[in-house]
Design a protein around this ligand. Structure first.
Ligand code: BTN
Length: 254
């Protein structure tokens, strides 16, 4: 149902038929004079210029998937702890997906959702700072739900809820349920349960503890993914010597 109290109580859901990107739309709205309430949700039926991390595109067949953005105002967090929000949102998504799919879900660093070796969803968080204060976070979430055909370029590495459950799902119901998980995780972050969230996040990292090939500065090297630093850098062990990396410095070799 759509009736629950709290941040995402359904009162501030704006559904758009067709929009380039819900993140862009929400950022535009934030730059206007009318203030938006924390918990505002921008949902798109058709998002035709969706964006992913590092300038990638996020493609979604109209009407089939969840493509939406949430407005959070994590002013209780020091901007230097931005990664904590990434962790809280990733944990919420992974827990929600695991309960929905009844199968293990991993988090491909920093925040892609994986089932086996296939990506089922992603998160794009865009932070808006005012000086040293964190004003707002635009949390964009894309989950493949009822789409079952993907372009050949990504098909082998992509999953959807329908491919796993073999049934169509009601998008509004899923979104309401997912928002509950996000809200719980976000309140947890506010109430200081960050350590537990980070532990869950680390334990669910895709390829944790496995020897895996990475590309570092274009060079292929084998290392064991061992965790993340406080600021969200990826830690990889090379012959028991740990190095940490920024997203621009390292890539998984698929
Ligand atoms: C990624 O895979 O790197 C992140 C994908 C994030 C996609 C969502 S869909 C809703 C929101 N609007 C966007 O343009 N992107 C995010």
């Amino acid at each position: 149902s759509n009736t629950f109290s709290g941040l995402f109580d359904g009162r501030n859901v704006i559904t758009l038929q067709r929009v380039p990107s819900t993140n862009e739309y929400l950022k535009d709205e934030l730059s206007k004079s009318t203030p938006l309430r924390e918990g505002t949700v921008i949902m798109a039926v058709e998002q035709y210029a969706g964006r992913g991390q590092q300038g990638t595109a996020w493609q979604s067949e109209p009407g089939k998937n969840l493509t939406f953005s949430l407005l959070l105002m994590p002013s209780f967090l020091d901007p230097k702890h931005q990664f904590r929000l990434t962790v809280a949102i990733s944990v919420a998504l992974a827990q929600w997906l695991e309960s929905l799919l009844q199968t293990p879900v991993t988090i491909k660093w920093p925040n892609d959702m994986y089932v086996g070796d296939r990506k089922i969803g992603g998160i794009l968080i865009e932070n808006i700072l005012q000086g040293k204060i964190w004003k707002s976070a635009v949390v964009g979430i894309g989950i493949n739900v009822n789409q079952t055909e993907f372009s050949p370029a990504i098909g082998a590495h992509t999953a959807s809820v329908k491919q796993i459950l073999h049934t169509d799902c009601d998008l509004t119901e899923l979104m309401t349920d997912l928002c509950r998980y996000v809200e719980r995780s976000y309140q947890g972050l506010k109430n200081g349960t960050y350590d537990a969230q980070l532990a869950f996040y680390t334990q669910h990292l895709y390829r944790l503890g496995e020897l895996h090939p990475f590309l570092v500065d274009g060079v292929r090297v084998n290392g064991v993914l061992s965790g993340v630093t406080e600021t969200g850098r990826l830690q990889v062990d090379f012959n028991h010597h740990t190095v940490d990396f920024d997203i621009k410095e390292i890539a998984f070799v698929i």
